[in-house]
Ligand binder design. Structure first.
Ligand SMILES: Cc1ncc(COP(=O)(O)O)c(C=O)c1O
Ligand SMILES: N[C@@H](CCCC[NH3+])C(=O)O
Length: 477
C-alpha cells in the first residue's frame, strides 16, 4: 500500500488497509465530530475547550459529547429526508433510535430539532416520558414486549407499536380491549435482504429472531390477523435490515419488497397501510475505510426507490415514510477520553507492537470484542514529533479480548499519563457498557462553546456497592 513503510520499527502485523501516517497528529475529519480541532498547544479542543482541562476537571474515562455536532446531524438528516420525500409527493418523518444512546437531555434535543423518538423497552419509554416526549412523536419496538411495556405504551398514546410476533398481537389486542382503546399497529417485516454488516447486527435475513418473514407468508398472516382484530388498527409496515450498512441498494431493495406486500394488502384486504417505516442502519466512519453516503444522496435514493416501487405496482404513495436513525446521528458526535496507564512493547513474532493500556476497556466499549469493530485513536493532550508505531489499545479488564482499538499508529513516545481519545463512540458504547470487574460506567459530558456539564453522571463504586445487599441476607441467616 502506498505510504506503508516496512522495517523493524513498523513491521508488526498491521492490516494492509492501515496507511502509514504522514503526520501522526493529524485528525481525519470524517472520524471526528465537527467541532474538534487540535489547538496550537497540540491538545484536542472540543468546541474550544481543551481536553486537558476536561480531564483535569471531570476525570477519565469519559464520553465527551459534542452537542452541536449531534444536533446538526439530527437536523440535517430530518430536513434531507423531508425535502426528498416532499419533492416525491409525500412526507417523511424521522425518529431518533434511542437504543444507540439515550438520556433525557438527548431526547429533548432530538425533539427540539424536530425528530420523534423510537424506544424499545419500558426503561427507554420512561426516559422519553421524563424528557416530555409526547406519545404522538414516538414509536415502540421490541421482539418480546411484556404486558407491562405494551400497557405503558398504550397509556402514553405511543403513535405506532411495531409488533413482532403472533403472541404479541394477541397480548396487545387483549390489553387494548381491557382499556377500551384501539392499538395503533405496524407489522415488522423481515424482507430477506442480506445486509453487508456483521452477522450480529444484520436483522432482515431469514434465520434470526426479529419480525415476520415476507417469504414464508408470516408477514401477510400477521397483517390479516391485525386487520381483522377490532381492538387493533393496522397502520402499516416496517422494515429494518440491520446496522452500520453502506450499501444503499440494500435499503432500496428492502423498500421495494415492503411496498410489494403493501400493494397486496391494499388489494386483498382493503387495508390502507399508509405508514411505511424503513428503519435506520446508516453506517458511519470508524476508520478511513468506511465511506458513508452523504445524507442528501441517501434521502434522494430512498425517495426514488419508494416512488419507483409505487409506479411499478400502480399503487399510490404511502401517506408517511418514516426513518429511525441512531448511530448516524449520535455515533460521530462522541469520543471517549482515556488516560494511558501502561505501555508495553510486545514481540509478536512478526515485529513489535505497542500495547497501550487505558483506564477503561470492554466495559465502556464492548463493540470490538462483540462485532470485530474497528476504531481509531489519537494522543489527545499534546502533539508529538515522535515516529509512528503500530499500536493496540487495550483496557484494564481480565480478558485478552479486552481490546478497544485493534490497530492504529501512535507516536513512539506515548507514555503513562497521556490522554488518548477514541472517536466515534457515541452509538452503542455507553448503552452496552457493563460493570465487568466492578468497574463503574463512565459518564457522558456534554460540551458546547458556552457550557460543559454531565448529562449522565459517572457511576461511583458506592453505586455498585449499593446493589450488593448481603446485609439483608445476613439478617435472615
Ligand atoms: C428497529 C430499529 N430501528 C432503528 C435502529 C437504529 O439503527 P442504527 O443505529 O444503525 O441507525 C435499530 C437498530 O439497529 C433497530 O433495530
Ligand atoms: N449494538 C449494535 C447495533 C445494534 C442495533 C440495534 N438493532 C452495534 O453496536 O453495532
Amino acid at each position: 500500500m502506498a505510504g506503508h513503510v516496512a522495517g523493524p520499527l513498523h513491521s508488526a502485523p498491521s492490516p494492509v488497509w492501515l496507511p502509514y501516517p504522514e503526520d501522526v497528529n493529524a485528525l481525519l475529519p470524517q472520524l471526528w465530530s465537527r467541532n474538534i480541532t487540535r489547538g496550537t498547544d497540540g491538545a484536542l479542543r472540543v468546541a474550544g475547550h481543551s481536553v486537558n482541562d476536561l480531564a483535569r476537571d471531570y476525570g477519565t474515562p469519559t464520553f465527551v459529547l459534542d452537542v452541536d455536532d449531534f444536533r446538526s446531524r439530527a437536523r440535517e438528516f430530518r430536513t434531507a429526508f423531508e425535502k426528498a420525500f416532499a419533492a416525491a409527493g409525500t412526507q417523511a418523518r424521522s425518529y431518533y433510535a434511542g437504543k444507540a444512546f439515550l438520556c433525557t437531555q438527548v431526547a429533548r434535543w432530538a425533539l427540539q430539532d424536530g425528530l420523534g423518538l423510537d424506544v424499545c423497552s419500558l426503561g427507554e419509554l420512561l426516559v422519553a416520558q421524563r424528557a416530555g416526549v409526547p406519545g404522538e412523536r414516538m414509536t415502540m419496538h421490541g421482539n418480546n414486549k411484556s404486558p407491562q411495556e405494551l400497557s405503558a405504551a398504550l397509556d402514553h398514546g405511543v403513535n405506532q407499536i411495531v409488533v413482532d410476533s403472533l403472541d404479541e398481537i394477541g397480548r396487545l389486542s387483549a390489553l387494548a380491549a381491557q382499556k377500551g382503546v384501539t392499538a395503533p399497529v405496524v407489522i415488522r417485516v423481515t424482507v430477506g435482504v442480506e445486509a453487508h454488516t456483521h452477522d450480529f447486527i444484520a436483522t432482515a435475513h431469514e434465520d434470526q429472531k426479529f419480525g415476520f418473514s415476507l417469504a414464508s407468508g408470516a408477514a401477510r398472516e400477521a397483517a390479516e390477523r391485525v386487520h381483522r382484530d377490532p381492538h387493533l388498527n393496522l397502520l402499516g409496515l416496517h422494515s429494518h435490515i440491520g446496522s452500520q450498512i453502506f450499501d444503499a441498494s440494500a435499503f432500496e431493495v428492502a423498500a421495494a419488497r415492503l411496498m410489494g406486500l403493501r400493494a397486496e394488502l391494499r388489494r386483498d384486504l382493503g387495508a390502507g397501510c399508509e405508514e411505511l417505516i424503513l428503519g435506520g442502519g446508516f453506517g458511519i466512519s470508524y476508520t478511513s475505510q468506511d465511506t458513508p453516503q452523504p445524507v442528501d444522496e441517501l434521502a434522494a435514493g430512498m425517495a426514488r426507490a419508494v416512488v419507483r416501487a409505487c409506479e411499478d405496482l400502480g399503487d399510490p404513495l404511502p401517506r408517511t415514510v418514516s426513518f429511525e436513525p441512531g448511530r448516524s446521528l449520535i455515533g460521530p458526535a462522541m469520543f471517549t477520553l482515556y488516560t494511558v496507564g501502561t505501555v508495553k512493547p510486545v514481540e509478536t513474532g512478526h515485529g513489535e507492537r505497542l500495547y497501550v493500556a487505558v483506564d477503561g476497556g470492554m466495559s465502556d466499549n464492548p463493540r470490538t470484542a462483540l462485532y470485530d469493530a474497528d476504531y481509531s485513536c489519537t494522543v489527545a493532550g499534546r502533539a508529538s514529533g515522535a515516529e509512528p508505531r503500530v499500536t493496540r489499545v487495550v483496557g484494564m479488564h481480565c480478558e485478552s479480548g479486552d481490546i478497544i482499538v485493534r490497530d492504529e499508529y501512535a507516536p513512539a513516545d506515548i507514555a503513562a499519563g497521556d490522554l488518548l481519545a477514541v472517536p466515534g463512540t457515541g452509538a452503542y458504547c455507553r448503552p452496552l457498557a457493563s460493570n465487568y470487574n466492578h468497574v463503574p460506567r463512565p459518564g457522558v459530558l456534554a460540551v458546547t462553546a458556552d457550557a460543559i456539564g454531565w448529562i449522565v453522571r459517572p457511576e461511583t463504586h458506592e453505586d455498585l456497592l449499593s446493589t450488593d445487599v448481603a446485609e439483608s441476607w445476613n439478617e435472615r441467616g
